[in-house]
Every structure is written in C-alpha cells, then in structure tokens.
Design a protein around this ligand. Structure first.
Ligand SMILES: [Zn+2]
Length: 317
C-alpha cells in the first residue's frame, strides 16, 4: 500500500487547498488471478486523485469514487488487477474547480512517458474563455511521447453546440480543434443527456467540424435519449464522411447490444467503437460484461471493440 500524499502536487488554488480535507491513499491491487480470457485495451481510465467535495446537497466533503492511480506502479497495479493490456489515461475530474483537471496534465505526460507502448494519454483542455491560458499551456504538451488525444467536458460549463458560442468561445474552440487536426488526434468529449453535454449539441459540432476533426463521443451519446439519437444518426454520420468515434462506457441497457448487432450486420463504423472502463468512476467488471455478454454477434466485432480499434486509433505510432 502506498502512503504518499496525493494532494502534494494537485495544483489547487491555495484557498481551495486550505479548505479541503486530507487526501486519500491509492489502494494497490492484486493481479487478477483468473484473467478474463480476452485481450482488452481500455481507452478511458482516469488518473490522479480528486479531492473530496461537498457534492449536491451534501454539507460535508466526500469522495464518491476511489482515487485514480498517480504513479506508474499504481497504474500498472490497476491494469493488472483487471487484465487490461493497454490503457488511455485522462485527468481525473468531477469537482467544480476549473483548474483541477488541468493540474493532472503533467501527470498524464509523465505516466505516458514511463508507460512504453502500453499507455497513451489525453490532455485536458477547455473551450471556456476563462481557461484560455491553462488550455494554451496544455496544448504545448502535444507531441510529448504517447499523447494521443485531447479531452473536453461541458459538465464544468459551456455547451457543445457551436451555434451558442460567443466570439471568444468560438475562437478558443477553433484553436483547440486546429491543434487536434494538426496532430491528427481525436478529442474525447463527455456526453450526458440534457444541458451542455447533450448529444444534440454534438450533432451541430460534428456537422460543422467533423469532417476534419476526429470527434470521440464518450459514453455513446449519454443515457437513453442520447443512445437512441446516436443510433439513429450513426449510419449517416459514418457514411457522410464524419470522423466520429465512440466508446461503450456508461452506455445502458439496449444500447451496446443494438450497436453491436448493427455493426455485425452492416459493418458500418465497425472500426469506430472502442471499449472503455472509465475507472475509477465506473467499474471494469460491469463494463466488460456489457460487451462480452452480448449474444449472437461475431467474435470479430468484439475483438475490434476490446482492442483492435483502439490499437488503430490510439496506440499506433
Ligand atoms: Zn470518465
């Protein structure tokens, strides 16, 4: 068990740092004794601790999820415990402090540098004008070894719909998108139903930018309405020449089954869907079985989703 204090370099503004409770400790995990009988890459794993926070109606700060790994040793432990061969890591986030996820970008770079061909990373950037300087610094890290994506989330403010951006917001998004196109890397966007993360906003973004920009819609469109809307547009987006990618994390009920059946039947976009476990916010086991357990779909499709597509999109030199 590690005893390091993970908050030492967490990068919070000092007044926030002072108000936070003590940090937590990452629990090292034993390698999975059974294995899962399959090659698995996860293209969505968060690294770095996230300070406790008084979420929603809570009057006390607490941590809903375990801390993410913060050292190569911890990352390796978390991968071995689940039988993950390669992973794409992303700054941990989820509290309403704009600077917080940026503070893990250097950690992502460090773990990617130490991870050989097993670890790729996404840098946190933001289209909110208030985060312009932090975003410019993050973009300076593009080109570091194994940095293969950018990550954006409108959970912390703003909207995916470019029709609603003001001039400054537009300029900042276009700066980010130009960098991603220049490096030919996807941007992973969080999707969830309603508000700024709703898939209808992303449809507008894809219409405007998606022929050049690789748009990775995390969580398959986000929730029931997002899945239905996504499934209804999938064929047209792929055949229309839009560079859209998906992962299966957090997808619910019918969604993964339906998508896999369609990929198997038509082949349309079969190279665009990837497995992500979103630890420590989701759990590997249920994410794994949601794909593994789908009946009546060829193993070739599952091989693509569990690792083949990720190798092409995120791990190829
Ligand atoms: Zn996530």
């Amino acid at each position: 068990m590690s005893t390091m204090n993970k908050r030492e370099n967490a990068g919070f503004p000092s007044e926030i740092e002072a108000a936070l409770p003590d940090s937590r400790v990452y629990q090292m995990q034993k390698p999975s004794p059974m294995g899962i009988g399959r090659r698995v890459f996860s293209i969505h794993n968060h690294v770095g601790d996230l300070a406790p926070w008084p979420y929603y109606e809570s009057e006390e700060a607490f941590s809903p999820a375990d801390p993410g790994p913060s050292t190569t040793e911890e990352l390796r432990s978390s991968m071995q415990a689940r039988g993950i061969e390669k992973t794409l890591i992303i700054p941990n986030y989820g509290i309403p402090v704009q600077a917080q996820p940026f503070s893990h970008n250097e950690l992502v770079v460090k773990l990617c540098g130490e991870g050989g061909d097993k670890v790729a990373g996404a840098l946190w950037v933001s289209g909110l004008p208030q985060n312009r300087e932090l975003t410019e610094s993050a973009l300076q890290l593009l080109g570091k070894p194994n940095i293969r994506a950018l990550k954006m989330s409108y959970i912390l403010g703003g909207t995916a719909d470019p029709n609603k951006w003001d001039e400054q917001t537009l300029r900042q998004h276009e700066m980010i998108f130009r960098a991603a196109v220049e490096y030919d890397i996807p941007i992973q966007f969080h999707t969830s139903p309603g508000g700024g993360s709703d898939i209808t906003g992303f449809f507008e973004m894809i219409k405007r930018y998606g022929k050049e920009l690789k748009v990775h819609l995390v969580h398959m469109g986000g929730g029931t309405s997002g899945h239905i809307r996504l499934l209804s547009q999938w064929k047209d987006m792929v055949e229309g020449g839009y560079r859209v990618y998906l992962d299966t994390s957090w997808a619910i009920g019918f969604a993964v089954r339906k998508l896999l059946q369609e990929l198997d039947r038509t082949g349309i976009g079969a190279d665009r869907v990837m497995f992500g476990c979103d630890e420590p916010w989701s759990d590997f086991e249920s994410e794994f079985w949601k794909v593994q357990g789908v009946k009546g779909v060829s193993d070739e499709i599952k091989e693509r989703i569990f690792w083949g597509n990720a190798e092409e999109v995120y791990f190829k030199k």
